[in-house]
Design a protein around this ligand. Structure first.
Ligand SMILES: Cc1cc2nc3c(=O)[nH]c(=O)nc-3n(C[C@H](O)[C@H](O)[C@H](O)COP(=O)(O)O)c2cc1C
Ligand code: SF4
Length: 678
């Protein structure tokens, strides 16, 4: 047996967990009609197959109708959920993993215009900044009803074969009662700590009475809100001790911080550029003070830190949640001593931000996550070996090379630059986004093991490609910044990429016209303002940087506000003219009736990229499919079979930004879904 601390079993009451790594509660927003159907099950089972000890399904499964799903949560208040839960728990148990579910009442952390349009309830009328609902102050009959709803939901989960349930008590109703900041009740449920904790203990007692002792019950709670006037560390410690001493629960799952604002949430679940394992020592202090089984997760993305968390005895079970979204087979690779092969979580938080903005969690660089029904996490070998020639080593080209290599093909890659990475390499120039380079480095490492041949500093012409006598050609040449959007003066502006790459010197008084609204505009602003420039970001949109989602925006704002960067929404840069050594910006508005002039010494335009596609069009006549992709077959996961030119020498496909400006995930998904069938 291995002596790796991470691989030691853990006895949690009657439940034996096969190692020390868990996936903590997270709602990937995959439910269909509020139920964990085939897609949800496939996602969950993949992680169980990969070796994790315990998977905490759902995040915040709703126990009451007035806790409506705000990010497509599971509806634990419906009886019809039981058979769906049973199918999932049976499938996970078959793989040797334990499975629990997190239950909650969201309190004010939801919206009244979701679900059944019931008023939102909380122990005060105070609004939560993130979800914006003004709550109804909870009444006695609401409290009785919700306690019963918790017990009913727990009973459903037990009937569905769950090993236990966890209650969510950070930012949700349970701790809205516990925190002095959000509880304005008098009498039995408000005022003293005893009173503020009464609701939590009433709920725990009601659940325990209903499910009995042989069912795991835990609480994930904030033991320090890190807010003036809130539950501080001393009170958090007292709460921890009372939870243990109640005898009602089997473990503590420690959180530090508050989640009522995007900034607070980002400190609880840090993203790239923020410190790793920031709350591990704190969780260790709770464990030491209570001597009680303690779980914890918060940006512990790598095996070495996870191992330290367990070996040091700070915690009993370590959460590696996003790490499992990036690589569901993480534990298996530790067992097989293949830690180098683990696809690293780069903290991009595309996953979490998307559950609000896009509706389903996807990993920025694992396009199979959440698509287990159609996309493989392990690539099958092809029946016959073909020669695949790829042009470009951005995320699309490298994913294509990796997948073609896994298929067992002979793979040759051409790249004009001296290093791989394309736009991702540029992105990683920002110290805060340096972790992005692992998207490239991991693929280069995998390609090396697979024997892929690379030709850097090589501008591939059509003849270069044809001389390789390929069976398949993949054009992943990406795009070039597109700045020609003005009626006059396009030659006077520079692109956001020119700034980020250091190709142009920062001005002193700079306008960034950003109608792409993605990271590049804000990154350029950060570069310029840090170099001392006065920066105004202007967009014709209703809000700035709409493609940079909530948690990703937090570090930018923390830096840009301090640097006094200003934001102007609903105005459009129409033209630029030179006036001496200054540039005059002519500004209008899509709403009409505005024409004003502002003076700058540098104007930056961020308007995405325009495809670099000459090579594709040169090769098209020589290909058998003339570049065509059969979308039906692509979506169905079947090999491409278009023949438009029977004399063609190879199949030709164009992917990523070489087709149209999109993002890293889209580029990687293009490559995976095409190459897995080549
Ligand atoms: C898509 C997504 C949804 C999440 N939803 C919940 C949730 O509903 N409840 C919860 O307690 N934590 C939720 N989390 C937080 C995770 O449980 C975990 O604490 C967080 O991701 C930090 O751990 P990690 O760095 O290992 O990913 C969510 C995380 C993700 C990525
Ligand atoms: S999107 Fe980023 S943070 Fe989320 S799992 Fe993938 S790599 Fe990790």
């Amino acid at each position: 047996m291995s002596n790796d601390p991470l691989l030691q079993p853990y006895q949690l009451k009657h439940l034996t967990l096969r190692n020390r790594i868990i996936v903590t509660a997270h709602e990937p927003a995959y439910p269909e009609d509020g139920m964990p159907k085939a897609r949800y099950r496939a996602y969950t089972v993949e992680r169980a197959k990969g070796g994790v000890a315990l998977t905490m399904t759902a995040g915040s499964a709703a126990i009451s109708r007035d806790s409506p799903p705000v990010f497509n949560n599971l509806l634990a208040y419906k009886d019809e959920i039981v058979p769906w839960i049973r199918e999932m728990t049976d499938a996970v148990h078959e793989q040797g993993a334990a499975i629990m579910i997190q239950l909650t009442h969201l309190g004010r952390r939801t919206r009244w215009d979701k679900g059944d349009w019931l008023p939102v309830v909380a122990p005060s009328h105070l609004r939560e900044a993130s979800h914006r609902a003004f709550p109804k102050k909870i009444e006695d009959w609401d409290i009785e009803r919700i306690i019963k709803d918790f017990a009913d939901a727990a009973e459903r989960m037990k009937a569905g074969g769950m090993d236990g349930v966890e209650l969510e008590a950070y930012g949700h109703l349970l701790d809205q009662f516990a925190s002095p900041l959000t509880n304005e009740l008098d009498g039995p449920y408000g005022g003293s700590l005893d009173n503020r904790m009464r609701f939590c203990f009433d709920v725990l007692r009601a659940i325990r009475t209903r499910v009995g002792d042989d069912f795991i019950l835990g609480v994930r709670y904030t033991a320090d809100e890190c807010l003036p006037g809130g539950t501080g560390k001393a009170e958090g410690l007292e709460i921890s001790k009372r939870l243990k001493e109640s005898g009602l629960i089997d473990y503590l799952n420690v959180i530090r911080g508050h989640i009522d604002t995007d900034a607070g949430l980002t400190d609880v679940i840090p993203i790239q550029g923020m410190a790793n394992s920031p709350h591990l020592d704190f969780a260790g202090e709770i464990r030491a003070a209570t001597d009680f089984p303690t779980f914890h997760a918060a940006k512990i993305p790598d095996v070495a830190t996870a191992r330290h968390a367990i070996a040091s005895g700070k915690i009993d079970m370590v959460g590696m949640t996003r790490a499992h979204m990036t690589d569901p087979h993480l534990v298996r690779k530790i067992v097989e001593k293949r830690e180098d092969d683990i696809r690293p979580c780069v903290g991009a938080n595309y996953c979490l931000d998307r559950i609000y903005q896009g509706g389903a969690a996807y990993c920025i660089h694992n396009a199979a996550t959440g698509r287990e029904l159609t996309m493989p996490h392990s690539i099958a070998k092809a029946d016959c070996r073909r020669k695949v020639v790829i042009v470009g080593t951005g995320p699309a080209g490298l994913e294509a090379a990796r997948v073609a290599g896994e298929r067992g093909h002979e793979v040759v890659v051409f790249e004009a630059a001296s290093d791989p990475g394309g736009q991702v390499r540029l992105t990683a120039q920002s110290p805060r986004r340096r972790e992005m380079i692992s998207i490239i480095d991991w693929r280069m490492g995998q390609c090396e093991k697979l024997g892929v041949t690379f030709h850097f500093n090589t501008w591939a012409e059509a003849e270069t490609i044809r001389a390789e006598r390929p069976d398949v050609v993949i054009i992943a040449t990406g795009g070039l910044p597109h700045t020609e959007v003005l009626s006059k003066g396009n030659e006077l502006v520079v692109s956001a990429w020119d700034v980020i790459s250091g190709d142009v010197k920062p001005g002193t008084n700079v306008l960034i016209f950003d109608d792409a609204g993605d990271h590049a505009g804000l990154q350029a602003a950060e570069f310029l303002a840090s170099a001392g420039a006065r920066v105004e970001i202007m967009t014709p949109d209703r809000s700035f940087a709409p493609e940079v989602m909530a948690m990703n925006l937090v570090p930018y704002m923390r830096s840009l506000q301090k640097l006094d960067v200003t934001f102007t929404v609903t105005y459009r840069l129409e033209a630029v003219e030179r006036s001496g050594n200054q540039l005059v910006a002519h500004v209008g508005s899509d709403y009409g009736g505005i024409a004003r002039q502002q003076t700058f010494d540098q104007v930056v335009v961020n308007h995405g990229t325009i495809p670099l596609d000459d090579l594709y069009f040169e090769l098209k006549p020589f290909s058998s499919n003339r570049g065509e992709i059969d979308h039906d077959r692509l979506i169905a996961g079947e090999p491409q079979s278009v023949v438009r030119n029977p004399d063609g020498q190879f199949q030709l496909f164009r992917i990523g930004d070489a087709v149209a400006a999109r993002n890293t995930h889209a580029a990687i998904y293009d490559a995976l879904r095409l190459l897995k069938d080549v």
